[in-house]
Design a protein around this ligand. Sequence first.
Ligand SMILES: Nc1ncnc2c1ncn2[C@@H]1O[C@H](COP(=O)(O)OP(=O)(O)OP(=O)(O)O)[C@@H](O)[C@H]1O
Ligand SMILES: [Mg+2]
Length: 273
Amino acid sequence: MKVLLFCVYNRFMDNILISIKDLEKTYKEQNSFLSPKKPPLHVLKGINLDIIKGEIVALVGESGCGKSTLANCILKLINPDSGEILFNGSNILKLNKKETFEYRKKIQMIFQNPYSSLNPKMKIKDTLLEPLIIHKEKNKEERIKEIISLVGLSEADLRKYPHEFSGGQRQRIAIARALILKPQFIVADEPVSALDVSICASIINLLLDLRDKLNLTILFISHDLNLVRYLSDKIAVMNKGEIVEFRKTEDLFLNPKDEYSKYLLSSMRSIKL
Ligand SMILES: Nc1ncnc2c1ncn2[C@@H]1O[C@H](COP(=O)(O)OP(=O)(O)OP(=O)(O)O)[C@@H](O)[C@H]1O
Ligand SMILES: [Mg+2]
């Protein structure tokens, strides 16, 4: 029995892509010439979260609860004060410069606004080429053709500039850029909240399709509970810097345990009515 439990545990640990342990972040007090001194802001309060390979995990919670701060720590854009972020078992907070460069290839970000995340002066082909050059990748042309077709655009689109596309198409290009280096993990911070509802559905279906084809793991940050119910395997509910509940999506919707999760779900239902 003990051996069986040990094997099951090891199998589970092997499948974890990201493991966050006791993560803390405080934004220090800021001196500003124009506004009064702001006190320190304790934004992440002992975050623990395991994300299994191939899963879509949604991170939900009110504005200002710390979702993007957590995402930025995972992306190594900011440093937490303490805690660990393990990626495939190694602590990304201890990586040297070279290892950080390699890590940045494995994780990518999709932003809320596809227009500001694309360089307006660069043709789509150059936008996709840039990360391949930085990371000295081979077979650049083939990779670009492959990825542009995967996101549902054509090779002719490679010669165009961002302003020649609709919002939905631009988000497809941003997704292509995020995927061009074959990352394992994608952080999508409100990737469809700037899009029309009809276009939003096609982008969500594209993400689901890409997850299956490329075996991606995705952290999807959103305010839209209907959307995350459709899209995600699990939901992490965040409130004031803490993850108060982390469950399989349907379990959470059918039987929320935490008071704040109940409040979030009930406000969603009342909006629907
Ligand atoms: N660089 C920073 N310096 C100081 N305070 C910050 C900084 N970035 C964020 N904050 C503050 O930290 C808190 C959490 O911000 P964060 O952006 O993580 O929230 P969020 O959950 O992503 O919100 P939203 O849903 O509105 O995007 C907010 O009060 C925000 O004002
Ligand atoms: Mg945010």
